[in-house]
Design a binder for this molecule. Structure first.
Ligand SMILES: [Zn+2]
Length: 283
């Protein structure tokens, strides 16, 4: 009888150590907490397909190893600090984790611009609104497979004149947050694709000037503004490091520079944070 008790205890212990009841341990978010405008990995250990949801958007996971699935998550630069639920589901198991977002000191930038550049009216305002709708539509699409691989590279070496996230005061009034990184370089310097992807837009926009947007899959887009010349067309496949255009001063700018932005599942995230996160992925 005593032997049986030991067996039962052993079975009980074995059952407690099974991964199923504590499945949440198989989900990991790094880094934590995230900065406003930060990017991170969600890593899940599971055999079959993983689904997820974060900030009311479905999270596209992809397999990185035999039983490992990953998804990139990003938080918008204007998302208030706090804890946000991340739902993960696979093989009938479900878990909700909380992703912490901490306040990030972005700073202010005062700029003076001619009035006609700031106060848009009539036909110009109509055009700007129409172009914003085109961009929104592009960023709402999610290609289900990743087109990128390995680490992301800096598209242009130069001086960062306006970092990501600064709040802009134009002609004494609060305007938007700076949703990318401004890198100044000599006019005509080559701009490189940050990773593999497909060109989803290559055209002149009113505020942005000559613009290239690359779809890297899984809701990740890289954005290049104010180009002097564009070497790619919509639908082109590009490789990491490929020349896509030249630095210019087209659109609403005060001098030649590249405005480089990253959109991840609709969130405006810090391009430098993506480079940092992807370091060590090879290539
Ligand atoms: Zn900019």
């Amino acid at each position: 009888m005593r032997g049986e008790g030991t067996v039962v205890r052993k079975l009980l212990l074995f059952w407690l150590l099974l991964p199923i009841p504590c499945w949440g341990g198989a989900v990991r978010v790094t880094p934590q907490p995230l900065d406003q405008g930060g990017v991170g990995w969600v890593e899940v250990r599971a055999e079959r397909e993983v689904r997820g949801e974060f900030l009311k958007r479905s999270l596209p996971f992809f397999r990185t190893a035999e039983e490992t699935w990953r998804a990139l998550i990003g938080v918008d630069l204007a998302l208030p600090p706090g804890s946000y639920p991340l739902k993960v589901e696979t093989e009938g198991k479900r878990v909700t984790l909380f992703v912490r977002v901490k306040k990030t000191p972005f700073g202010l930038q005062k700029i003076t611009l001619p009035r006609h550049m700031v106060e848009l009216r009539g036909k110009v305002l109509e055009r700007v609104r129409r172009e914003k709708r085109i961009l929104r539509e592009i960023f709402s699409r999610i290609r289900s497979e990743p087109l990128w691989r390995g680490s992301f590279l800096l598209p242009l070496k130069g001086t960062v004149t306006t970092p990501f996230g600064v709040r802009r005061i134009i002609n004494g009034r609060y305007r938007s947050f700076h949703s990318g990184v401004d890198i100044a370089a000599r006019e005509g310097s080559p701009i490189l694709a940050t990773n593999d992807g497909m060109v989803i837009l290559a055209q002149k926009l009113y505020l942005e000037g000559n613009t290239v947007i690359i779809d890297h899959g899984l809701g990740l887009y890289s954005i290049y503004l104010h180009l002097a010349e564009v070497f790619v067309r919509k639908g082109d496949k590009v490789k990491r490091g490929e020349r896509i255009g030249l630095v210019g001063a087209t659109g609403r700018v005060t001098g030649p520079h590249l405005h480089w932005g990253i959109k991840l599942l609709g969130q405006r995230v810090d391009p430098m944070a993506l480079i940092e996160l992807s370091k060590g992925l090879g290539r």
